[in-house]
Write a protein that binds this ligand. Structure first.
Ligand SMILES: [Mg+2]
Length: 275
């Protein structure tokens, strides 16, 4: 990745974060920490990795992105708007009555780019498995990306899906785990330990890649390896910082489901300018 390329990605992820803060402050509720932490992963996916056409969301040649961790909808919406699926101003309708941008993504609200209604954790990987099998049957060699939280891995259904994916050798299925070490009530290690995570996925037959999910060069290496893998399913364990970009809230689980006041939002925008 050259300097120019890196600069473009950094500017995009900064703008995606700025609009996350704007939309959440306007909504008065929602999920700030995980959305900020995943901004670089989403930027890299939608602007470097995925085959997609924002003006033709149902294009048959597209890769699918399943947002299993539905509560980080703000980063999903902000990325979709920046990619051109809808106008940026619509982000300010987040969580409003009648808006297409509900607190968790709803496929039947008409927002382009949403493949699945989500929010109930532990379900996305199963849908990803089904999609990947369906693509194989139809000789469609596009990819399925499933974004999951680390706390979400405490759901038993994730591991049924993981077992199924390796059984079917679904090499175009790529899971991304947002490994920020935190969940709604505290550290994942305190609530319910999920380590040793790499060994768990490997024992379920997956290829495991680990990277810094807030570093574009690292994301590039991980996604290049994941996409070129032809053997079976791949999981990228992306270490991220909850609240990334706003020092006063970074790594603080209490920002899982809290939003800035309008006054705080002004301060947060200044932090993002310096990022
Ligand atoms: Mg987490």
């Amino acid at each position: 990745m050259d300097d120019q390329n890196l600069k473009e990605l950094q500017n995009m992820s900064r703008s995606i974060r700025q609009w996350i803060i704007r939309s959440l402050a306007e909504a008065g509720s929602g999920h700030t920490g995980g959305s900020l932490g995943l901004s670089d992963v989403f930027t890299y996916l939608y602007f470097k990795v995925m085959k997609h056409r924002p003006n033709q969301p149902d294009w048959e040649g597209r890769d699918h992105l399943i947002l299993s961790i539905g509560h980080v909808a703000p980063v999903f919406y902000s990325t979709l708007a920046h990619a051109g699926y809808f106008h940026l101003d619509e982000l300010l309708t987040l969580r409003k009555l009648g808006s297409r941008l509900q607190g968790h993504p709803g496929k039947d609200h008409g927002l382009p780019g949403i493949e699945l209604s989500s929010g109930s954790l532990g379900q996305g990987l199963s849908v990803g498995v089904g999609l990947a099998i369906s693509k194989r049957i139809n000789n469609n060699d596009t990819c399925v990306f499933v974004v999951m939280g680390d706390g979400e891995l405490q759901e038993g259904s994730v591991w049924e899906a993981a077992m199924s994916a390796s059984h079917h050798k679904l090499n175009r299925l790529i899971a991304i785990v947002d490994r920020n070490g935190l969940q709604i009530d505290g550290k994942t290690s305190d609530v319910m330990e999920i380590e040793p995570l790499k060994q768990k996925w490997e024992s379920f037959g997956w290829k495991v890649l680990e990277c810094d999910g807030n570093n574009f060069a690292d994301l590039e290496t991980a996604f290049d390896k994941a996409i070129s893998n032809v053997v079976g399913p791949v999981v990228i364990i992306a270490r991220t910082i909850m609240g990334k970009g706003i020092p006063s809230i970074e790594n603080d689980y209490r920002w899982h489901g809290k939003v800035p006041s309008r006054e705080q939002a002004i301060e947060f925008q200044k932090d993002l300018e310096d990022l």
